[in-house]
Structure formats: structure tokens, C-alpha cells
Design a protein around this ligand. Structure first.
Ligand SMILES: [Cu+2]
Length: 124
């Protein structure tokens, strides 16, 4: 009887482990944005390999935005009126947000210098 209880405890422990592994693998891909490092008029959004984002698959992403200047902000516009302001112009610091991106063209930019500080990417 004790043996049955012990083995069912082991089965329960193993199922807990098996359940936890896929859950941790389901974290969303991370995208890292920067605006105005050293007050430069530069805005970037990079993937985990450090390359500038040009295309993405539709899905959910965690954005980590480093707004390194009180002169700049980090905003994202997309299709169907999508708009997300990660930071404001006076804000300096880091913000994190998890967003679901649908197919379409996106533009990230600084609200103070939108005509020069921007890039596009496409979600397919
Ligand atoms: Cu700016």
C-alpha cells in the first residue's frame, strides 16, 4: 500500500514538472527598443539577436523599451488604429509591455521628432 502511495506521489511530482516546462517555454519573444541613447536622435527596435526589426510574425511580444533621454519618447502605431505610447517625452527610464501584434504595417517613432526619428516594420 505504501509503495502505491509513493509511486503515485512520484507520478504527481513528474506531472508537475512536465506541466511547468511548457509553461516556461511559452514566454513571449522579447523585442528591445531604445530612444535617444546619450541624447542622440536615434530610435531602434531590435530582436533577441540584436538585429533591427523589419518583419515579424503576427503574435504576442514583450517589448522592453529603454528611453534614455528626457528629449525623446517611444511610440508605436499600427493597423486598425493601433497606437501605443510606451514612454512620454519627459520620461527617462525603462518600460515593459506585452502586446499582441496583428498583420500590417507598424511605425515606431519619437513623438517630439517624428519626421526624423522613426522606422517601419511589417507584421506578416
Ligand atoms: Cu526625439
Amino acid at each position: 500500500m505504501t509503495r502505491i502511495i509513493v509511486s503515485s506521489l512520484i507520478v504527481a511530482a513528474l506531472s508537475a514538472v512536465l506541466f511547468l516546462v511548457p509553461a516556461s517555454a511559452m514566454t513571449h519573444p522579447k523585442l528591445t527598443g531604445t530612444a535617444g541613447k546619450n541624447d542622440a536622435f536615434i530610435i531602434t527596435l531590435k530582436n533577441a539577436s540584436g538585429t533591427l526589426v523589419k518583419t515579424l510574425k503576427a503574435g504576442t511580444y514583450t517589448f522592453v523599451i529603454h528611453d534614455d533621454s528626457t528629449l525623446h519618447s517611444f511610440a508605436l502605431d499600427g493597423p486598425h488604429g493601433f497606437a501605443k505610447d510606451f514612454t512620454t517625452i519627459p520620461f527617462k527610464g525603462t518600460k515593459t509591455a506585452t502586446l499582441t501584434l496583428k498583420k500590417g504595417k507598424y511605425k515606431y517613432y519619437c513623438k517630439a521628432h517624428e519626421s526624423t526619428m522613426f522606422h517601419f516594420f511589417t507584421v506578416k
